[in-house]
Design a protein around this ligand. Structure first.
Ligand code: ZLV
Ligand code: CA
Ligand code: ZN
Length: 388
């Protein structure tokens, strides 16, 4: 029996819409919106929805989308017709290729996941929630007038724009295995947003090919945003111990120096061990420890999803992180319904399926402790240029 009670005076809001989950990028495409159905299945099987304010999100409006994206791009996205992806074709706005196919209901999909992030940000602005969650968002590569890396509309940028209406300083943290280039670029020239992305970096050999340690924002006297981009480039195989130590150390330093009044945490689950596209060895526990640490700071927190290409691991991680948000982690027993399709995905799991070790091809850890310490000292130097 679960005993899920709401802590008094602490509100978590959960923003989702089952419509989003029904979209298909195409059979060979690694991005599977139905992973959200799987995550929701676990969250509800544990009874966690009872401890949150749940909202069915609505599509973002044209005006809201134009807070970041160009009208020309949005018009094209809206009218784009389903085509067979062709990488050799002349590309419009980088749409209609294998990474960013045009599929049925594309504009609806984009408006919906963006509407959920915008609503979540507004709940934080109005002090109506302490933590707001949108697992369908976190699409950090989208640019003003360009789709990129499975991302078409940058819901994170749109949410941060909302937060900036109330909050003087927003800290953006990105634990997706890929570099959060779209969010970083969007706030290149402001000192009101500090961006921090942890990712695999191997020059052009790993998408999107940016995010080295020395990429800190355009450095000029006139740019207040100089030094306000922090990048943590890692190699294959990093595990919980090094990852969580790095996360706490660097986020701790950023918070002390920058004094954010709101935090956005992109929880891309492709940094987990066994991910189809990822290269790290982070476990559900280590990934979740990042959420626990951010929650412990006591600053309004927006949690969004992102990458994650081994659906059952994505579902475990996001269900576990939902339990951390509502403060019942480690206290839940799953009641996975016998008759649902979810069961086959979690059939080996009994109690706390979310915390079982992820089995996958063992990945050798190429990150030395020396390299990890060098990253921390470089960022320590960089933060001297950040004023609070
Ligand atoms: O998790 O793609 O490497 C947030 C996120 O960060 C590339 N794309 C592009 C750049 C030129 N290439 C080749 C195009 C590949 C097209 C097909 C795949 C198909 C099957 C399996 C894997 C991929 C794939 N694509 C793996 N990595 C890519 C990256 C994009 C990664 C986006 C990560 C998005 C949601
Ligand atoms: Ca990242
Ligand atoms: Zn990713």
């Amino acid at each position: 029996e679960n005993d899920i009670t709401r802590p008094k005076g602490y509100t978590v809001s959960w923003h989702s819409n089952p419509e989003i989950e029904k979209h298909h990028f195409g059979h060979a495409h690694p991005m599977k919106p139905w992973r959200l159905t799987l995550a929701k299945g676990l969250i509800m099987a544990y009874g966690m929805h009872a401890a949150m304010d749940t909202y069915v999100s609505r599509p973002a409006t044209k005006e809201e989308l134009e807070d970041f994206h160009s009208e020309e791009y949005l018009d094209y996205l809206k009218s784009a017709l389903v085509t067979v992806p062709d990488d050799n074709e002349i590309k419009d706005f980088n749409l209609g290729n294998t990474d960013c196919p045009i599929f049925e209901g594309l504009f609806n999909y984009c408006s919906m996941y963006s509407g959920a992030s915008i609503d979540a940000a507004r709940k934080l602005c109005n002090n109506e929630s302490d933590i707001a969650i949108n697992w369908s968002g976190g699409l950090h590569h989208a640019k003003k007038a360009e789709a990129s890396g499975f991302c078409y509309v940058n819901d994170i940028v749109l949410a941060i724009v909302q937060l900036l209406r109330k909050h003087p300083r927003v800290l953006y943290i990105d634990i997706d295995v890929h570099h959060g280039d779209g969010v970083e670029e969007a706030f290149w020239s402001t000192d009101r947003v500090l961006t921090l992305s942890i990712h695999k970096y191997d020059g052009m050999n790993f998408f999107p090919g940016t995010g080295d340690l020395d990429r800190t924002g355009p450095d000029s006297e006139e740019n207040p945003g100089a030094h306000h981009a922090i990048n943590v480039p890692l190699s294959d195989g990093i595990g919980d111990q090094q990852y969580v130590w790095l996360f706490k150390t660097i986020v701790g330093m950023c918070v002390q120096r920058f004094q954010p009044t709101a935090i956005v945490l992109q929880c891309g689950a492709d940094s987990l061990a066994g991910d189809r596209l990822g290269r790290f060895n982070v476990q559900v526990q280590g990934h979740g420890a990042c959420v626990t640490y951010c929650k412990s700071l006591g600053i309004p927190l927006l949690l969004v999803g992102g990458g994650g290409y081994t659906p059952r691991n994505v579902a475990r991680a996001w269900a576990h992180e939902t339990s951390i948000a509502i403060g019942c982690d480690g206290k839940l027993n799953p009641i996975i319904p016998q008759h649902t399709p979810y069961r086959s995905h979690f059939r080996h799991e009994t109690i706390f399926p979310t915390l079982e070790e992820i089995l996958g091809d063992p990945r050798g850890n190429k990150n030395t402790d020396k390299k990890i310490r060098e990253i921390v000292s470089s960022i320590t130097e960089q933060l001297r240029f950040v004023n609070n």
